[in-house]
Design a protein around this ligand. Structure first.
Ligand SMILES: *Cc1c(COP(=O)(O)O)cnc(C)c1O
Length: 388
């Protein structure tokens, strides 16, 4: 039984939770922009100037100059021809994919992709195959197998086996913190004439020059999803794409057409964050340094974590009970690090996920390291329940 927990943000990576002050190592506010004065000021300025709501959907009267400006700036930032705002990443993924693929299409997706991508893939009714996590050899094998099968079924060998092939993956995986090889994916997509749809929710802001993310270097990527509730510290999503695709979606995508445009205060916060983003290199360097240190510490203490460091560091455990026990033990040490259990992750891959932020001073990272050292016996003694 999962329950909602109330959190009071106190700034600098601290929260009040259950009457205690904890260091928050579970949020996605990787650069602390949700509390940044320039972001808050811009949100307030847009609120004062434009009011509380956009007043309509984008195609009716909800497109303000600030929506258009933000999209133009994002297209430049992401190195794309165009960009299109969505109200959430969930809404973008679940409603964009069915406009690109149908029951005559084939989609290959990483086995660990985010639920919003699966919702979109299922809704498209395309044939879909989940390849082994980050295993591009397996991806290519799946491609070859389904293309061969399909052309054997086809009486008319001249027919194309599928009307369209899509490859769908995250760039930096939200639950594992490991990265897909975007260059190799681009290569593969080109060779098989497949569309490449990348969800860069956790790459953007933290990785790439000026925080452009993991897809900006590759103009061949057809669709890049950027969510704005993570490193951008506010809310919403932006899709980097061609002008042609943008026009198509303005005419066909229900998740854009049948919903109220993002409100001015949110647009202000996003614009404020975007204007700051290129200037946050020292924050990014600090974050990567802390990630590397912590990764080293985790391995040294005998925890099972990701192969490579990133600002998302999972601690893999044997059971949901162990994950809960470790999260509780850390909380007793004033560290907030939540347990992530099935079905959010596959059964048997329960974990505590640490997410880092540049707002934590070195003292917070030291406190985290000390707590991790202190609680390590917990994961060896927690019993495994029968119903795990
Ligand atoms: C958070 C997330 C989403 C959803 O974005 P929201 O804007 O929060 O709805 C989509 N994809 C991935 C990989 C995410 O981590």
């Amino acid at each position: 039984m999962r329950e909602l927990r109330e959190i009071e943000p106190l700034g600098a990576g601290q929260v009040r939770c259950g009457g205690k002050i904890l260091l928050n190592f579970s949020g996605n506010d990787y650069l602390g922009l949700s509390q940044h004065p320039a972001v808050i000021d811009r949100a307030r300025a847009y609120l004062d100037r434009y009011g509380a709501g956009a007043g309509a959907s984008r195609l009716v009267t909800g497109t303000l100059d600030i929506h258009e400006q933000l999209e133009a700036d994002f297209a430049a930032f992401l190195n794309r021809e165009a960009a299109l705002l969505f109200n959430t990443g969930f809404q973008a993924n679940s409603t964009l994919l069915p406009t690109l693929f149908d029951r005559s299409s084939l989609i290959l997706c990483d086995r660990l992709v985010h639920n919003s991508l699966l919702q979109g893939i299922r809704a498209s009714k395309a044939k879909f195959i989940r390849y082994r996590h980050n295993d591009l050899g397996h991806l290519e094998q799946c491609l070859n197998q389904s293309l061969n099968q399909k052309s054997n079924q086809n009486l008319h060998q001249t027919d194309k086996p599928y009307n369209r092939i899509g490859i769908v993956t995250e760039t930096l995986f939200s639950m594992d913190g490991d990265r897909a090889d975007v260059g190799a994916l681009v290569d593969l997509a080109q060779r098989y004439n497949a569309w490449l749809y990348l969800d860069d929710a956790h790459g953007v802001g933290v990785w790439g020059a000026q925080g452009q993310g993991l897809a900006a270097l590759y103009p061949e990527v057809d669709v890049t999803i950027v969510t704005l509730g993570k490193a951008f510290g506010s809310f919403g999503a932006i899709v980097g794409c061609s002008q042609h695709l943008k026009n198509y979606w303005i005419n066909t995508c229900p998740g854009l057409i049948y919903t109220t445009a993002l409100p001015p205060a949110t647009i202000g916060a996003i614009q404020g964050a975007l204007d700051l983003m290129p200037h946050l290199d020292s924050e990014r360097i600090y974050l990567h340094e802390q990630a590397a240190n912590l990764h080293h510490t985790l391995q040294g203490l005998g925890y099972t974590t990701s192969a490579e460091p990133s600002h998302i560091l999972p601690i893999r455990l044997q059971s949901p009970a162990q994950a809960l026990a470790l999260a509780q033990a850390l909380e007793d040490q004033e560290i907030l690090a939540t347990a992530i259990r099935s079905p959010t992750v596959p059964p048997g891959s329960d974990r505590v996920r640490l997410t880092l932020s540049s707002v934590h001073p070195p003292a917070h990272y030291q406190a985290l390291t000390q707590a991790l050292a202190k609680v390590i016996p917990i994961i060896h003694i927690a019993p495994c329940p029968n119903n795990a």
